[in-house]
Design a protein around this ligand. Sequence first.
Ligand code: BG6
Length: 290
Amino acid sequence: MSIIKQILDSYATGSSLSLSVHQNIFGELPVLVIKHPTCSAAVSLQGAHLLFWQPSTETTPVIWLSQKANFKKEMAIRGGVPICWPWFGKLGDPMHGFARLVEWQLDSCKEDNNGVDLTLSLTNNQQTERFFTKPFQAWLTIHVGQTCEVTLSCQGDFEATSALHTYFGINNIDNVTVKGLGDLYQDRLPVENKPAILGQLTFNQEVDRVYTNADEAITIFDGKRTIKLTNINASDVVTWNPWIDKVKAMADFADQEYQSMVCVETCRINKPLKLSTTQKSVYGFKIEVI
Ligand code: BG6
């Protein structure tokens, strides 16, 4: 059975937070399962991690989750929207920061005809202080309905790099074109891998790039549907597909799954978030099928 179906099935025995949101434990983790007339979705409290999202007009998830994702304490979850914060990649240790490894608190859960709105928060505590000693507060808002909107806000007295590391569900990587990326990028791989057309990205091998001058609106066309990603206050967009060999080496990816996902990540890497203790630094995205 698909992992998404298993998570959705856990709705039946979960405790009710509102008409369309039930909380249950999946693997080792508390998960909010959403079955709303506009969409189905789920959020793990560990990482404030949106696990998948499928508008009711779609037959497959727009935000993708690996069939082999781990639901274990302090382990990153493969798929969905991992929150990489307060550093991206190997700018610190652990990789992509600690926000995705620790449990966030659910501050509010509201719903209406348009969908479900959640706010989660994280404040420095004993668990985070093992990774990072500075005080901070972070908030994540998630709206899921016919659209999906996520914002990350934070306060503290340091600079943070970050990514809202979205995994998009696609029909077939061979047919994918990502547009709106601009033509300036830093390659994270030591390979010659030029785009066929400047500003457009297609995939025939591993891709791992930081685009530094992307448009606000990016489209991902997979031969069947077009997903529009609108970034708000981001400075970079990372594109990633691990391709055949890397996926085989990763225990939380099924061998063929590189064909059905692509990461297009809303980031603050080259212009880090300059946190203050009095004002929130905010960035985010909106996703819709057009
Ligand atoms: C991307 C990076 O953002 O995340 C890649 O650019 C990395 O280099 C990928 O491999 C996945 O990272 P992780 O830690 O979730 O396996």
